[in-house]
Design a protein around this ligand. Sequence first.
Ligand SMILES: *[C@@H]1O[C@H](CO)[C@@H](O)[C@H](O)[C@H]1NC(C)=O
Ligand SMILES: *[C@@H]1O[C@H](CO)[C@@H](O)[C@H](O)[C@H]1NC(C)=O
Ligand SMILES: *[C@@H]1O[C@H](CO)[C@@H](O)[C@H](O)[C@H]1NC(C)=O
Length: 161
Amino acid sequence: MAKEILLVLAAVSCLLVGSTAQPAHVVHIVGGSKGWYTPPNTTFYDEWAAKKNFTVGDKLMFLFHSSVYNIMQVTKEDFDKCDDRHVINRWIIGPTFINLTEPGMHYYYDSIGLHCEAGQKLSINVQENKPSVAASGAHVTTPKFVGLLGLFAYLACLLFM
Ligand SMILES: *[C@@H]1O[C@H](CO)[C@@H](O)[C@H](O)[C@H]1NC(C)=O
Ligand SMILES: *[C@@H]1O[C@H](CO)[C@@H](O)[C@H](O)[C@H]1NC(C)=O
Ligand SMILES: *[C@@H]1O[C@H](CO)[C@@H](O)[C@H](O)[C@H]1NC(C)=O
C-alpha cells in the first residue's frame, strides 16, 4: 500500500515536472535506481548515459556505499585501460554530488578491485549551457519549478518511473 502511494506520488510529480518545469540544472542519478555499483555487463553505464543530455550546470549524483565503491575522474587513456596514472579527482564518500562545470568529455570509474574492468565506468559528453529562452525575459509563461519540491519531484521521477 505504502509503495502504491509512493508510485502515485511519483507519477504526479513526473507530470508536474513534465508540464511546468524546464529545469535549468538537472541532477542525474548515475545508473538510475541501481546507483553506482558493479553492473552485470560492461555496457550498463553507456546504456544509461545514452538516454541523457548532460549540460554545464547539471550535477551527477553517485549513490554508493563508502569503502565498497569509489569514484575516480581520469583521462580517456586511463579510463580505457582502467589505469590510474592521471587521476584528476577522486571521491570516496557516498553519496557524492559532482558539479559539471566544464564542457567536454568526462571520465569516471571505480578503482576498487576489478570493478572498472567489470564495467563500473562512465563516460559522458557535457554540452555548453545554452542561454534559455526564459532568460531573455520577455515572455515567461510557465513558472519555473524550483526549490526542494522541484528537486524531490525530479528525483522521484527518476527513481520510480
Ligand atoms: C546490461 O545490464 C542491464 C541491467 O541488468 C540490462 O538492462 C541491459 O539490457 C544489459 N545490457 C546488455 C547489452 O546485455
Ligand atoms: C536530448 O537532446 C535531444 C536534442 O536536443 C532531444 O531530442 C532529446 O529529447 C533530449 N533528451 C533528453 C532526455 O532530454
Ligand atoms: C556545486 O554547486 C553548488 C551550487 O549549485 C554549490 O553549493 C556547491 O558548493 C558546489 N560543489 C562543489 C564541490 O563545487
